[in-house]
Write a protein that binds this ligand. Structure first.
Ligand code: MN
Length: 166
């Protein structure tokens, strides 16, 4: 597999400093309003796939390739949903999820774990860390879009309401 570098700063990815709303005309149903999804994934190929998928479905995307970047991006841009890879170079996605849940500012943001760690024990640890959903790789695009859409639009219903299980 070829490594594609500079996906974050170049190519199609939204520049983190100035995320611009983009509407895609893809097959997936667009969200009711433009919603921002933070994609946390260290594999450049997977990152590009997820980024293309979400942009085509009408989302604005932000990207991060490690845990520290993910938390920085989340604090700065308050995404509507976070897609979180668990195997990251600097810290585990499990720790990223815990940090999000322990943050006064970030704790309500829905987190969808996207991971190859697929045993029931892994899933339990990931859910205990505070992830709302768990998607095993290889992902199903329609399934993932359904989950993102559900969580991205949640806050339209109860702006100040807390997270509720869904
Ligand atoms: Mn990974």
């Amino acid at each position: 597999m070829s490594r594609r570098l500079s996906l974050v700063s170049g190519e199609g990815a939204s520049p983190p400093a100035a995320p611009e709303p983009r509407r895609g005309g893809g097959e997936g149903k667009p969200p009711l309003h433009i919603r921002t999804v933070l994609i946390v994934e260290d594999n450049p190929f997977n990152l590009k796939l997820l980024d293309d998928l979400l942009q085509a479905a009408g989302y604005t995307t932000l990207t991060a390739t490690d845990g520290e970047q993910a938390l920085d991006q989340a604090m700065q841009f308050m995404p509507n949903v976070i897609l979180l890879d668990i195997g990251l170079p600097d810290m585990s996605g499990v720790d990223v999820a815990r940090a999000i849940r322990n943050s006064d500012r970030l704790h309500k943001i829905p987190v969808i774990a996207v991971t190859a760690y697929a045993t029931p024990e892994d899933e339990a640890v990931i859910r205990l860390a505070g992830c709302d959903e768990y998607v095993a790789k290889p992902i199903s695009a329609p399934e993932l879009l359904k989950l993102v859409r559900r969580h991205a639009n949640f806050r339209l219903v109860g702006q100040e309401g807390g997270r509720e299980g869904s």
